[in-house]
Design a protein around this ligand. Structure first.
Ligand code: ASP
Length: 426
């Protein structure tokens, strides 16, 4: 049975049992099971994912930035790819914040029960109160000691670690391309990243048990009310992704690439379907490259660069999903995020999109980190894991679509552009 099928089954089984037993939550045997079985199983799973976060984030960001810096021969292409990546990710995160604040999917849950379950209401409130001003938040983005930031990454210093990795990546990419030491360093970082992903892959095999335990624990405490909110949460993500695809990408294509969005989207249909079914940007890359050259008539030297980098570095759908998810969980836990904290979530979601691997579930560790940075307990992830595969399929299609849009825009604005028959609208 496929992993996503097992996850869905675990979700449904855990939820059904939890709702059925909700009324008996005070019974001693049930309290014992929750404390000694359900909670530890969930915790072990989450800790296993946490374990790889620091090495993964650092290696992924340094490699990603190096890839962006590598295209010196394409003069300016790397810069524009980065610029559009950041702009479109920013647009997606703004959509996320606006939608979550308008729809408020997390407010249907019994907050008192959630806090009781987290067992750390005071800690949550304290971290919400400890929020600093926007200026101070920006100053503190620059770490004084990157090792210290790495050590405390899971206690709110992750963004600082990411900033260091970005600057470090720029510095590494400034070395001459043939430099042996640079090649060795990048090779090492690539292996660190690959090994981290293998660990995530292995841990995901335990996910059905963890999802069952976490969802059972959650529904025991909340009752059935949690699902109304979950449905609204899924809808919020899907509406956001549709807006990003048709409004943002459509406008960018028309204004900056002078292309007909509908014709462009029609030409990319296969790529979307493939991305949707594999839930992996990396797995979709070969098909995107082919469609970019044959159907969209983009110059290969530009599309290859933009699409390859984009399959790892440009993940607008993921950034949107992360923004919605973290703000949704904040609502579930009754955390009133300050403007500074919301800005922090937005910035982290953009960077986390850049640092997310283009594989199924690649963004889950990042969501944990962004959520934790504003004081949301890790258990909150249990709420969304069961529906994650479906959302993963949707956001991956938008991620890959964004890569193709960037390739088209960078091509249109590059002097090297010599596409044979571009689909230009009159
Ligand atoms: N599955 C996504 C991708 O490959 C990454 C994620 O959001 O988990 O683009």
């Amino acid at each position: 049975m496929k992993l996503h099928t097992r996850l869905l089954l675990a979700l449904v089984a855990g939820a059904a049992l939890g709702v059925a037993l909700h009324g008996q939550v005070e019974q001693p045997w049930l309290a014992w099971t929750t404390l000694n079985l359900l909670q530890p199983i969930g915790q072990i799973f989450l800790r296993l994912i946490f374990m790889v976060v620091v090495p993964m984030v650092f290696s992924a960001l340094v490699i990603g930035v190096c890839e962006l810096g590598r295209g010196r021969d394409l003069k300016g292409v790397a810069g524009r790819t980065l610029l559009y990546t950041l702009l479109m990710s920013a647009a997606s995160v703004v959509i996320a914040v606006v939608l979550v604040n308008a729809i408020r999917p997390g407010e249907r849950i019994d907050r008192a029960a959630v806090r009781a379950q987290a067992g750390s209401a005071k800690a949550i409130e304290a971290s919400a109160e400890a929020a600093t001003s926007v200026t101070q938040t920006i100053v503190e983005l620059i770490p004084r000691n990157p090792l210290d930031a790495a050590v405390r990454a899971l206690d709110g210093q992750m963004l600082q670690l990411m900033i260091f990795a970005l600057i470090f990546g720029v510095a590494v990419s400034a070395a001459s391309p043939g430099d042996k030491r640079r090649t060795v360093l990048i090779g090492l970082l690539e292996e660190i990243f690959d090994a981290s992903m293998r660990i995530v892959h292995f841990v995901m095999k335990l996910a059905p048990f963890a999802v069952f335990a976490i969802i059972l624990n959650t529904t025991l405490t909340f009752g059935a009310g949690v699902f109304a909110a979950l449905l609204l949460y899924v809808l919020t993500v899907v509406i956001g992704l549709l807006l990003q695809q048709f409004l943002v990408y459509g406008a960018v294509l028309r204004v900056f690439a002078k292309r007909s969005p509908l014709e462009f989207f029609r030409n990319c249909r296969e790529v979307y379907l493939y991305a949707f079914s594999t839930a992996s940007s990396n797995a979709t890359l070969p098909l995107s490259l082919e469609v970019a050259e044959t159907k969209l008539c983009l110059p290969p030297q530009i599309s290859r660069f933009a699409l390859t980098v984009g399959s790892t570095a440009n993940q607008n759908g993921t950034a949107l999903f992360e923004g919605v998810t973290v703000l949704f969980l904040a609502q579930v836990y009754g955390l009133d995020l300050t403007t500074g904290q919301q800005v922090r979530v937005m910035l982290m979601s953009i960077l986390a999109g850049v640092g997310t691997a283009g594989v199924p579930g690649g963004s889950l560790p990042m969501v944990l980190i962004v959520a934790q940075s504003v004081g949301i307990p890790a258990e909150g992830m249990g709420l969304i894991l069961g529906v994650d595969r479906f959302l993963d399929m949707c956001r991956t299609a938008v991620n890959v679509s964004g890569d193709l849009v960037i390739a088209a825009v960078v091509s249109a604005r590059s002097p090297a552009h010599h596409a044979a028959t571009p689909v230009v609208e009159a």
